[in-house]
Design a binder for this molecule. Structure first.
Ligand SMILES: Nc1ncnc2c1ncn2[C@@H]1O[C@H](COP(=O)(O)OP(=O)(O)OP(=O)(O)O)[C@@H](O)[C@H]1O
Ligand SMILES: [Mg+2]
Length: 232
């Protein structure tokens, strides 16, 4: 479904990715793990057209990933960045409407009604401004907004960062529901337990390259790799 092959990328003169190669399969969840500064967010930003690639190829369903954010969304890839990027001066309703109007799904697509069923809490906050939301509510809104774009692949950058354990659990359960429903996901996470319990496939990134590939069970059992690459 999504394939990066030997991608080199970075920020201006600063190269960060040195031959990043990953594959995410349909209906599967790929977790990307790695220490701070390993290049996880840079990988996602490169996929999403926010950073130029210097070398390598990136395809989605065998076709080159478009380079403009709007075209990437149209191709079926939605992204929830680390910063969540909701519109703080708009209400929850307005934040959601922007996405639902631009990317209407088919009969079985995501609607306002369906995302509010998934996150009832947002329904109670519809007329609140984005700025008034808690961190957890902002994350729910960011995910809901991404779903309203009716993606075939959902990419999430550290969805649990800074959230209270009870909210982490809630987000976990909702992502598990999406996984069960067959949504493909790429999940960048520092939270090892969260990531490995949701993932079908795991890669570990270090210094802009994949250094370990396997299943959640394999990485749970491989304490040496955990210690070496994750500092666990
Ligand atoms: N805007 C930027 N300009 C220059 N260098 C950057 C920029 N953003 C990140 N970097 C550098 O790129 C490297 C990889 O950063 P990246 O954000 O991809 O790490 P990460 O794996 O997502 O880490 P974290 O777990 O802390 O989010 C780091 O050395 C970082 O300092
Ligand atoms: Mg990051």
């Amino acid at each position: 479904m999504l394939e990066l092959c030997d991608v080199q990328s970075g920020y201006g003169e600063t190269q960060v990715l040195y031959g990043m190669s990953i594959k995410a399969g349909p209906g599967r969840v790929l977790a990307i793990l790695g220490r701070n500064g390993a290049g996880k967010s840079t990988t996602l930003k490169t996929i999403m057209g926010l950073l130029p690639t210097k070398e390598g190829s990136m395809t989605f369903d065998g076709k080159p990933i478009p380079r403009r954010p709007y075209d990437i969304a149209r191709a079926g890839i939605a992204y929830v960045p680390e910063t969540r990027d909701i519109f703080p001066s708009l209400t929850v309703r307005e934040n959601l409407e922007i996405a639902s109007k631009r990317f209407p799904g088919g009969d079985d697509g995501w609607t306002m009604h369906r995302v509010l069923e998934l996150f009832p809490r947002l329904g109670e906050r519809m007329d609140n401004g984005g700025m008034q939301l808690s961190g957890g509510e902002q994350q729910m809104l960011a995910i809901a907004r991404a779903l309203l774009m009716n993606p075939r692949l959902l990419i999430l950058d550290e969805p649990t960062e800074g959230l209270a354990p009870i909210i982490v659990k809630l987000i976990h359960d909702k992502l598990q529901d999406l996984r069960t429903a067959g949504l493909s996901m790429v999940l960048v996470e520092q939270n090892f337990g969260f990531a490995t319990s949701l993932a079908d496939d795991v890669v570990i990134v270090s210094k802009g390259q994949v250094v370990w590939t396997g299943t959640p069970d394999a990485i749970r059992a491989d304490t040496e790799a955990q210690h070496r690459w994750l500092g666990v």
